[in-house]
Design a protein around this ligand. Sequence first.
Ligand code: SAH
Length: 295
Amino acid sequence: MTTTAAPGTATVPGVTIPGPATSYQGDIARYWDHEARPVNLRLGDVDGLYHHHYGIGEVDHGALAADSDAEREERIVAELHRLESAQTDVLLDHLGPIGAGDTLVDAGCGRGGSMVMAHQRFDCSVEGVTLSAKQAEFANQRARDLGIDHAVRARVANMLAMPVESGRAAASWNNESSMYVDLGDLFAEHARILAHGGRYVTITGCWNPVYGQPSKWVSQINAHFECNIHSRREYLRAMADNRLVPQTIIDLTPATLPYWELRATSSLTTGIEEAFISSYKDGSFQYLLIAADRI
Ligand code: SAH
């Protein structure tokens, strides 16, 4: 008899992992369990850091010069990956002073690229949660390969009920993962796990209340990723309601556009490039970093 594991449930002997809390979370677990887009995997293969987020910074056009189409493609892949790691570096820059004894929490950790970079920078422990058992297994295998599995661990868990003791985290973050949950619930949970004075950071796409309502492009992005993009206003309100006081807000929109424009010229397009580029340009969508103190 064959049995099909429920989405998001890992088959670790002796360990019971709760199933998804809602049908929606089951859908999201399934989505990420099956996600294997070349744009994510080929970029990760460059240096073993696997990201599921976008890039920031100027494109180094000199680095793209190539004699053949195949070579140019390879250079574009390396350049897009460099910009995605630069995005993580900016997130890590905002965590505040972190020491080797500290624990950080990556909420919605994907394949774990940001966790590895955080450990490499601070020599600290990093706990990640994802709904996808495939992603958690992948991240833990990478940690074993790098010999850092004593410090970097991904678990299948809901970021609205993280398996982390109250006040344990020196800092925590969502890197492009806050659009899958209610922000009030999410920030209440971060406030619970963070130490007093700890730092919370998110990098996220959000719709711009100055534009009015979510544009057709934002609706397309929601449908593409099965997510629910929140507005800038909702982020700030939900933080204020949950003891998270913004310390820095950076509009990364101008910094992410070159990444999208380069990506749109590659063969790794996924069809969503036009929606991102158009909405960043018409002002309906923004790429934001918010760093907040847990008071
Ligand atoms: N932060 C990672 C991955 C971003 S992709 C990176 O920067 O590479 C979005 C991630 O959010 C996926 O790993 C997905 O499993 C996770 N996610 C979405 N909803 C979640 C929830 N309720 N609990 C835990 N993880 C969740």
